[in-house]
Design a protein around this ligand. Sequence first.
Ligand SMILES: [Zn+2]
Ligand SMILES: [Zn+2]
Length: 365
Amino acid sequence: MKTQAAVVRATAQPFEVTTLELDAPAATEVQVKMIATGVCHTDAIVRDQIYPTFLPAVFGHEGAGIVEAVGSDIVSIKPGDRVVLGFNSCGRCAKCLAGAPAYCENFMSHNFACTRLDGSTAFSDNGEKVGSHFFGQSTFSQYTNVSARSVVKIDGDVPLELLGPLGCGLSTGAGAILNSLDVKTGDTVAVFGTGAVGSAAIMAAAATGATTIIAVDIHDSRLEQALELGATHTVNSRTDNPVEKIREITGDGVNYALDTTGVTAVTRQAAESLAINGTVGLVGAPAPGSEVTFEVGASLVRGWKFRTIIEGDAIPQDFIPRLVHLWRQGKFPLEKLVRTYSLENINDAFADSKSGEVIKPIIVF
Ligand SMILES: [Zn+2]
Ligand SMILES: [Zn+2]
C-alpha cells in the first residue's frame, strides 16, 4: 500500500515528506494507522547519525493509532484496536525473560537497526529499501508495520492523539522515578533538566508523594512550568550553583537525583547533591565514549549509588496503562507539555524542540 512518510535520506538532512510503498505485515507484525506520534530527542540523534542506523529511513517511536491489519501469528491484537507503541525487545533473552526488556541483550538490533532481523524493510521507494522498525515502530508515517512486542492496547475513552509520548520519553522520566529509583512518599528528589523526560519525572515524583521536588534548568520559563507540574523548588543553574542551592533547601542533599541532560558535568553535580545513601540516576544520553569523574574519597563514607536507566525500566504493556490511569486522575497532566504539528511541518517540530520553545511536539495525522 502507499503511505505518506517523513524520510531521512542522508546524515543530518532534514526530514522529507514523500509517498512510500509499505509491504504487508509479516507474521509477527501489526499494521497500524497512525493517529499521532511524539517527537523525541532520540529521533534527532539518529537523523544526525550520532547513533548510526540504516539510511534512508523512517524514524519516529512514540506512536499512537488504530490497528489496520495483523500478521498470521498474531492472536491477541485485532483490527480496530486502539494502541500506543512502546520500545521493542527480543522476548527470548535472559533479561527479557526476567521481566527487564529495557535491558534486552538484543536491544540495539531490535530498536536501532531500522531493518527486520532478516535485513528486509517494510518501506520502499521505487524499489529502493527504506529503513523501518525504528524502536519496532517507525511512526513518522500514516501507516507502518510494527513489532507485536511494541504494541500496547489502550481503553477506548482516552484521546490517542495525546498519548503517543507515553511510548518513550514520558515513560522514561516517570519510570525512572517510579520503577528504577522507587521514590516513596516523603522522599526528596532533584531533577536536572526539565525537558520532556525531566517534566515527566517531576509529575511522577509529585504523584508518588515526594515532598521536596527540586527542578534544575537553565531556562526560567521551563522552571516556571516545572512548578505547575509539581516541583516544590527551582534552581536556575546558569545563575546559581545547583549543588549549593540543593543543600540549602534540603540540609544534607536529596535522596534521589535524576540527570536527564546527558551533560557529563551535570551528572557530576547530580551526584554531589545527594544525601547519605542517595542514588543518582542517569537517563540522558551522552555521546558514546563520554566519561564522568566523581569524587570518591570523602564521599566514600556516604554510601551513594550511581546507575544508568533505560526506558525507565518499564515493561510497556504494564507501565503505559498505569500512566494512562494517572493521567485520567489528573496526576500526569502531559497535555501541558504538548504542541501539535502536521507531518508536513515535522522539521518545525524538531526546530521548536531544539530551541526549547516546545517541550513535547506531537505530529497529528
Ligand atoms: Zn531480549
Ligand atoms: Zn525516545
